[in-house]
Design a protein around this ligand. Structure first.
Ligand SMILES: [Zn+2]
Length: 477
């Protein structure tokens, strides 16, 4: 459906570029413009500028420039109509919705259709939770019993899908949504007796994109049925890429930027609980192990990540996974381990906001220090295990891009491991050198260690790029 020309102009005028961009990029005022790190290319010093007077953005690094709609098309991969609709919603401008013809519906992009059906489903689940007998007595009661207050249930659009096998599917079909789309987006599943609800009898957690659109769902079962998984999640689709998604990012991003810290937890309820007690810079990787894309998502807002994990062995193990990857992105990683009987949800339920904040502050441990102490405890006095611990720790230190940080860690670990600093440095250099060779494509047995004359111009070029140069400087050839 075409948006009338005068409405398009009205939307573009109403949209303040600094507000639109500010949803995604942390901007700081300098002179008459605002500046931030460009979201379109990798950089450490801001060359991305926003000009409120002219209502445009421009990056002096990669050259990308344009108005609010252009920014959204580049950043969110929206089509032009999608970008306009987003802005219209943000600035409360009504786009006259006339009845769509069959042809117009056909022309809608598949992405738009998927967003629409998810929004439709989201409304249905929320409405069922609050306004039906089954929703209230089973779904709402479940949340309240776990200690969640109505405002947080509303804020996160928690919902309920009735236990009847095809309650939602029937409702959606009656409203003109095709079986094909329902199956494609994963709200329904095709069985022997036709289409049925993926989430029947579950409480619902919509998963929001950075811009607050519903891209998928998680549904938790309420019975003790051992045959069904505790959580059902949307399959991936054109609008839902699990490795690029963090649960709660839409609600947390402003707090993350403001506090210059992101707290990472594991589950939906951990996020809800922290938000309920007023700690809002919290997101969850929701079960999957952390990905590079998720880390880069956080990195748009802050370089400081605090991982908050359960106090049991599994929680501590989880804290170790994926962390080398965070370090390699140049992020500062700290770990907080809760008392053994707690997870973030129960901890936030039992204690006051003040107590929780203080606990986080006092128990946040630098990751490498955390890992060293933990592994050492495991190794005790076993010399073989100790040797492994040392290699493991040095391996972790080697992924840190900043050479000064690396040196600092070598010093600290030499103390913790009771090892001469030089031994660790030698080990570190060995790892760095072999990594560098791998990057440059030099076989270990082809080039003697001290011979750098065989470096080709292309390799020279590679050497000039930041990270590698840092490595080279600190290697004793
Ligand atoms: Zn740029």
């Amino acid at each position: 459906m075409a948006i009338p020309r005068e409405i398009v102009e009205q939307i573009l005028q109403a949209a303040h570029i600094e507000e639109v961009v500010g949803e995604f990029v942390t901007l700081k005022k300098r002179g008459s413009n605002l500046w931030g790190n460009c979201p379109f290319h990798n950089e450490k010093t801001p060359s991305f500028s926003v000009n409120p007077a002219r209502n445009i953005f421009k990056c002096f690094g990669c050259g990308k420039a344009g108005d609010s709609a252009k920014f959204l098309m580049e950043h969110e991969h929206y089509t032009y109509p999608e970008a306009l609709r987003y802005l219209a919603k943000k600035y409360n401008i009504k786009i006259e919705e006339k009845q769509q013809t069959a042809e117009e519906i056909m022309q809608q992009s598949i992405r738009e259709k998927m967003f629409n059906i998810n929004e439709f489903a989201d409304k249905y689940f929320v409405d069922t939770l609050w306004n039906t007998e089954e929703g209230k007595t089973i779904g709402l009661e479940y949340f309240r019993e776990r200690g969640y207050f109505d405002p947080i249930i509303q804020k996160f659009h928690l919902g309920y899908n009735p236990a009847k096998w095809d309650a939602f599917t029937e409702h959606a079909k009656k409203n003109g949504y095709s079986e094909e789309l329902l199956e494609q987006i994963g709200l329904s599943i095709k069985g022997n007796n036709g289409l049925y609800d993926r989430y029947h009898g579950r409480v619902m957690f919509p998963i929001h994109s950075l811009t607050g659109r519903v891209i998928g769902f998680g549904g938790r079962i309420l019975t003790n049925d051992k045959k069904s998984p505790k959580y059902q999640n949307s399959p991936e689709s054109e609008i839902y890429d699990k490795k690029q998604t963090l649960y709660g990012i839409y609600f947390a991003k402003n707090a993350i930027a403001r506090q210059d810290e992101c707290i990472l937890v594991e589950g939906y309820f951990d996020v809800l609980r922290m938000h309920q007690i007023g700690i809002e810079n919290v997101v969850a990787s929701s079960g999957t192990s952390l990905t590079m894309e998720q880390i880069r998502l956080v990195k748009r807002y802050t370089k400081n990540i605090t991982m908050l994990y359960d106090g049991d062995a599994a929680g501590i193990h989880a804290a170790l996974r994926g962390t080398d990857m965070i370090l390699s992105e140049g992020m500062n990683v700290r770990v907080v381990v809760l008392p053994p009987e707690h997870d973030p949800d129960t901890f936030g339920k039992e204690f006051s906001t003040e107590y929780v904040s203080n606990y986080l502050k006092e128990n946040a441990k630098d990751f490498i220090r955390f890992k060293t102490e933990l592994l050492l405890k495991d190794a005790e006095n076993d010399p073989i295990k100790r040797g492994q611990v040392i290699r493991d720790i040095v391996e972790t230190i080697s992924v840190i891009p900043d050479s000064i940080f690396r040196i600092t860690y070598v010093k600290e670990c030499s103390r913790l491991l009771d090892m001469p600093e030089q031994t660790l440095t030698n080990e570190l250099n060995k790892i760095l050198r072999s990594k560098l060779k791998k990057t440059l494509g030099i076989e270990d047995n082809v080039v003697p260690e001290t011979d750098t004359t065989t470096v080709t111009p292309k390799q020279e070029e590679l050497l000039k790029t930041s990270c590698l140069r840092v490595i080279i400087r600190s290697v004793n050839w």
